[in-house]
Design a protein around this ligand. Sequence first.
Ligand code: ADP
Ligand code: MG
Length: 731
Amino acid sequence: MATLRFQAIEDVLHRTPKNKELPSVKISDFFAENVFNKKRMQEYLSDEAYDSIMETMERGVPIDRRIADQVAASMKDWAISKGATHYTHWFQPMTGATAEKHDSFFKPSLGGELEGLEKFDGTLLAQQEPDASSFPNGGIRNTFEARGYTAWDPSSPAFIMGKTLCIPTIFIAYTGEALDNKMPLLKALDAVEKAAADVAQYFDKNVKKVSTTLGWEQEYFLIDKALYNARPDIMLTGRALLGSAPAKGQQLDDHYFGSIPARVEAFMRDFEVEAHKHGIPVTTRHNEVAPNQFECAPMFEEANLANDHNQLLMDILEKVARNHDFRVLLHEKPFAGLNGSGKHNNWALATDTGVNLLKPGKNPKSNLQFLTFFINTIKAIHDNADILRASIAGAGNDHRLGANEAPPAIISVFIGSQLSQLLDSIEKNVKAGKMTPDDKTALKLNIGKIPEILLDNTDRNRTSPFAFTGNKFEFRAVGSTANCASAMIALNAIVAKQLQDFKSSVDGRIQKGDKKDEAILKELQKLIKESKKIRFEGNGYGEEWVKEAKKRGLSNLKDTPRALDILTDKNTVKLFNDLNIFSPIEMEARHEIELENYIMKIQIEASVLKDLCINHIIPSALQYQSRLIENARGLKEILPAAEFKKAAATQLEFIKVISEKVNDIRTLSEKMMIEKTKAENISSVNKSAYAFCDKVKPYFDQIREIADELELTVDDELWPLPKLREILFTR
Ligand code: ADP
Ligand code: MG
């Protein structure tokens, strides 16, 4: 009997919810208690130090050494008062996860007896040299300097995790190249914020600063730890490589917003308390479409902080899940045939005067401002759809994009029928020459109506990868495991570039004699015309759209190596270099790292799959087969010869079917491993990734099909791996 599987099921059936006492019924009593935020800084810092760090946080003014010492000393005092013994520079290498290296506050001093003191100063706060040579670097650190260092990001507050003070940092090579996600994100935000502020000045001279807002929604699956441990594929790759679909899937849609089962409820309450203690403003809690799938979303925040919070939240999810005997699956597609998981990135731009630039206003003037940012964003997506596509590429997301489940790999923008009509009317009614007063009035009237039309604009299109949702754009194609920085770097960079171009064109028109509003309208009309083909209001999941998109000349890049090609394009390299986000060397390194991450994932999946076939599935199929042979022998003893012959023939058929499947699965596994070795031996990373994609990966589905047939053939008692229905419905 397959003991591990049945033991696991037994374990799950005996679990009970682990309800924990809430620290207080009022969240405000403990919200951000583990964060060295403004409130705490005010309490712990001198006025001078506080003002100085605010300058740094809000305007990026460099901090001086004396102040850094003060900040470090008070951070340490606060952390120790909260029971912390260690500190770490918390950073985001390009593995997608976060990393940290812990150091003790206590520094023993030299001398006879062991003595010493708790030490942490400005230098230790500002800079560290983790021995992090094993993080991906795309050749940068081989070519240049072997060492990399982490540097404090004062714009994101330090926090305590367990007994460690965590200081958000960037991770760079000694020669200055970025080795992480945070540094380029900060640069991209800087670029878009400057460009947006310049354009916002057309409408309001008081705007001094624009900031980018990000509100993510995190989807995930939750499964019991015993079942998880009995599935090597889920443990090692985050997804089920095999398993026939449960008879009851999501057809009934009874999970969506369904009641949250008691164990999950206890977990969620615990997890939300932890998130709140870390200052993450999570609010919503509901089930997603698939069984055991859930979602959490916070209030939006400034993008860099929001991204740190998402990274932190993924850590917290995993830690808290363990306390409840669950494991979290963040993979984009843990179970074929069921809904995958995404991480919608809601994005907008806000001014320091309190205006959301993507929210329609109350009069034609503020609406012209809205239209400016709205249309420029669409144009940016139109011109750079492939860059956006590359930013969300990854082995996991390949199962989600362009597969039979949305969003598709084709990038398009949804804006709703009313806004489409408005853009169409601007396109028609703005004249190239001077506009007549009548034209102007008509347009003014139209533009003035935006807030009203949006109020009853309820047609939300859930199949679009990039949708306007009333006062923000929602980038839905981002994968659930992703670091939002990747998508946010791309989006903010392309919008920055577009806003810069817009500003210089409008200024040019003004110089030639156009009034400001007219110049803006004419330029917008041009952008509307030029970006028309990226707008799509229909069903993004349909076959029709694939054909239509092809006709329009839109890309449909279905896998990671192909999606990443754009990163080597000379225009892409120039765009990121001009914006000072990535140098050509960094760009090349990113491409290589993404390819290496892809290769590594497919490599692991192939090895695990082969292992499952050879060590788990084939042995149990053969065991079942010998039982059948045994059985046939038994028949010979009890049946008259003529009847036995007939019965044996039927039995033999069955035995042969199993033999064939066992042979097929073995042959396919061997062939797959030969292709894997070939792909590994290709020296060009790019060609190797293509080989993994085109030569190795296709075996996954072929092998799975046969393995799943065997699962349905072999005696349930002998099957070694927990079945999908057990994983998804036992809790
Ligand atoms: P959905 O219908 O896609 O589930 P939700 O209402 O759950 O949408 O999520 C909306 C998300 O958008 C939330 O995370 C919210 O914080 C975010 N959001 C709202 N306004 C903004 C904004 N101005 N900028 C960025 N994100 C925003
Ligand atoms: Mg959403």
